[in-house]
Design a protein around this ligand. Structure first.
Ligand SMILES: Nc1ncnc2c1ncn2[C@@H]1O[C@H](COP(=O)(O)OP(=O)(O)OP(=O)(O)O)[C@@H](O)[C@H]1O
Length: 558
């Protein structure tokens, strides 16, 4: 099955799944909408009757007209309400779906996609699909009206209806060719949105660098962003031309039909009632046809947006099971040792980037030790801790917790043993700590880290996170420590600390945390403090080259 076939299959499965909880409502609303549309056509028929019947009132035509008109209004209203409610439910389910997909996607895939693509989907694609869903309700009514009008035309004159149908089929074939072109442009619009999003992120995240660097600032504005903006303008202009061509096609078809009516009247003869009925219907169906034309690009856009969202659940990148289960993963408990047995992880070559493989790694981490991971830039330190934390599943080998292999099913429970502060860490404003931990236990820690004069904790939140870079990292340590997990992983934590605090971190805080039962795994470039570790693991080009004991005895890696 091709890629489009797979996406279509996903789409069908998703549509059925999303519709399942609301299908009775959708069915009733759609039926009411169709009835409303049919009633509109019937009301038109009554108007036409009234034109030709002298005793219209006596015949009850006015009464029937009033009845159909009321049915049309009520049916349309009920259909709109019902479909709007169902649409809202479907939209909410879609939003949750996308959040879940991102929360459970393999970390490597999230890293590969990048922030700009994720944001483009969360903000753009979901909204595009929302807009299309919101428009479904009027479309149901429009379709009902068109079916009713078609039925009325057949009653008036089957021959003339056949001619009308042929003309409309030819028109829809032309419209479909235009629509295919428009779809291609929508793909380009979507790619353009991603590229623009990337530059917008630079605009906000690199505000300082852009203020300082005149060339970079002007390059971003005049070249990078300008190209995107210009391309978007050109694409939107082309789409507008196609949209207007669709409208023109519809208008011309209508005039052609009117011309056909005149010719038919002259050649074959046609009654006044037939003629006025056809004219009335053809004029009336302009609005529903315009709605359908308006809907066509929305469907195109929604198709493209859905395809992008489907990329998150691409074949071969399965979501991690059980991450969103309401029953929490087994709480962290004490451990004796974690063993990495022949564990490796490789990044394939991408473009001009060389491939990189870490491992196979043989390593045992013992409870209560302080292990430093050191090595030159790019030697694989961060990749090693991502493997250790279970963020990358090992491509070969096994991770064992107290001799028991960590599997896909137990990986989330295994991760609960760790708290980590990555180099590109995120500082949360709220504190999430184990139930038994009183929140005021943050106070002594804040004091210990020289933050008590700046930050307080109230209602489970830090009073502020507007701090200096080094202070923010200290606050992240408070957060991580209070989580109470047995193992703390710190990636170049001390890099932003002043010399006094850096010394205090290595010589006082690390031993203190160890005394309180924590195992500490620290990535560090501070070679003058390597003595603070029990063992120092040296990495070079993805391999452990030696593990040094603090007794200064180098041993072969085990
Ligand atoms: N997501 C990724 N995709 C592709 N390659 C990656 C990815 N992450 C890391 N790499 C590559 O893997 C290698 C090791 O990276 P890693 O971040 O583990 O090094 P490091 O030792 O932590 O470096 P540093 O001291 O600079 O933080 C590098 O060559 C890097 O280019």
């Amino acid at each position: 099955m091709g890629r489009d076939g797979i996406i279509l299959r996903h789409f069908r499965q998703d549509a059925i799944r999303l519709l399942r909880p609301v299908w009775p409502l959708v069915a009733v609303a759609t039926a009411l909408g169709a009835i409303g549309g049919l009633a509109t056509a019937a009301a038109l028929a009554k108007i036409n009757e009234a034109f030709y019947w002298e005793s219209a009132l006596a015949q009850g035509v006015l009464l029937a007209f009033a009845g159909f008109a009321a049915l049309s209004v009520v049916g349309t209203f009920a259909a709109s309400l019902g479909n709007a409610y169902a649409g809202g439910r479907i939209q909410a389910a879609l939003s949750r779906d996308l959040t879940d997909q991102i929360l459970t996607a393999p970390i490597e895939r999230i890293e590969r996609l990048g922030k700009h693509k994720l944001l483009a989907s969360l903000q753009g694609d979901v909204n595009t699909i929302f807009t299309a869903i919101a428009f479904l309700s009027p479309i149901v009514v429009a379709c009902g009206t068109l079916v009713g009008c078609a039925a009325y035309m057949i009653i008036l004159s089957p021959a003339l209806s056949a001619v009308t149908a042929v003309v409309l089929i030819v028109e829809s074939l032309g419209a479909n060719a235009l629509r295919r072109n428009m779809l291609r442009y929508f793909e380009d619009v979507r790619k353009n949105r991603e590229a623009t999003q990337k530059h917008y992120l630079t605009l906000t995240e690199a505000a300082k660098e852009l203020r300082i660097g005149r060339e970079r600032r002007l390059h971003l504005r005049n070249v990078a962003l300008n190209d995107c903006i210009e391309q978007a303008r050109r694409l939107m202009a082309r789409i507008a031309v196609i949209q207007q061509s669709l409208s023109m096609l519809s208008q011309s078809t209508n005039f052609l039909l009117f011309a056909g009516l005149i010719a038919y009247k002259t050649l074959a003869g046609i009654s006044g009632a037939e003629l006025s009925g056809f004219v009335l219907v053809l004029l009336y169906i302009q609005a529903p046809i315009a709605q359908l034309i308006h809907f066509v690009p929305m469907i195109g856009q929604a198709q493209v947006a859905y395809r992008r969202i489907a990329e998150f659940s691409d074949e071969g990148t399965e979501a991690e099971a059980g991450l969103l289960s309401p029953s929490p993963a087994r709480p962290a408990r004490g451990f004796r040792e974690i063993t990495l047995r022949g564990v490796s992880h490789g990044f394939p070559a991408a473009g001009d980037k060389a491939p990189f493989t870490l491992g196979p790694i043989e390593l045992t981490i013992r409870a209560g030790e302080i292990l430093f991971i050191v090595g030159e830039n790019g030697s694989g330190k961060t990749t090693l801790i991502k493997l250790l934390l279970g963020l990358y599943p090992p491509q070969t080998g096994d991770i064992l917790l107290d001799g028991v292999s960590v599997t896909a099913q137990t990986r989330d429970a295994y991760r609960q043993n760790f708290s980590a502060i990555f180099f590109d860490y995120n500082l949360f404003e709220d504190l999430i700590v184990p139930e038994r931990t009183p929140l005021d236990s943050a106070r002594p820690l804040l004091e210990r880290l020289d933050l008590a004069h700046k930050v307080d904790v109230s209602d489970g939140r830090f009073s502020t996170t507007d701090l200096s870079t080094g202070q923010r990292k200290r606050l992240a340590l408070v957060q991580a420590y209070l989580e109470g997990r047995p193992i703390l992983v710190l990636d170049e934590w001390a890099a932003e600390q002043d010399p006094t605090f850096r010394r205090r971190f290595y010589e006082e805080l690390l031993p203190e945390m160890r005394r309180r039962g924590r195992t500490l795994i620290v990535i560090s470039h501070d070679d003058r403090y390597f003595g603070a570790a029990d063992r120092v693991l040296h990495l070079h080009d993805g391999q452990i080259v030696e593990i040094t004991q603090t007794a200064e005895t180098a041993v072969e890696p085990t």
